[in-house]
Every structure is written in structure tokens, then in C-alpha cells.
Design a protein around this ligand. Structure first.
Ligand SMILES: [Ca+2]
Length: 75
């Protein structure tokens, strides 16, 4: 799974856009580490998050800055 541009994506069952708005994250996948980026198309990596892990409060440069994301399979 990869999302090269969060623009046009919305949080589940809302009309709230996903680009540059995340303040927390959960990797609910089954196998792969996920990589989050500040820009579209994997530009400017912010952090990685192993499967099953979460961060309830992104801070600083990570907060409200994610624009693309990839699981390790596609990284
Ligand atoms: Ca950004």
C-alpha cells in the first residue's frame, strides 16, 4: 500500500482532509513498517513506524506535516 499524495484523501467517515493534518498515527497493518513523509511522492522523510505501533502525539516538524506514506514493501 502506498499513498503518494494525501491530498484528496480523508479520515474515515469524515470530510476532513488528510494532507498536513495528522497529529497522531497508528500502523494498523499486518507486516510492514510504514514510512511517513513531509512532502508528496516520498519527499523529505519524517519518521518510520513499525507495524502495530502508534504515536498518540506527533510533535514539532512531524505534526500537521505528513503528505505521503508508504509501507516498507514499497519503500
Ligand atoms: Ca507537509
Amino acid at each position: 500500500m502506498y499513498i503518494p499524495n494525501y491530498s484528496g484523501h480523508f479520515y474515515g467517515n469524515t470530510s476532513f482532509g488528510a494532507s498536513n493534518t495528522a497529529t497522531s498515527i497508528l500502523n494498523a497493518g499486518r507486516y510492514d513498517t510504514a514510512f511517513m513523509y513531509a512532502g508528496i511522492n516520498k519527499r523529505d522523510r519524517l519518521f518510520e513506524i513499525p507495524v502495530g505501533n502508534s504515536n498518540g502525539l506527533l510533535f514539532g516538524y512531524q505534526n500537521d506535516n505528513i503528505e505521503s506514506g508508504y509501507f516498507a514493501t514499497y519503500n
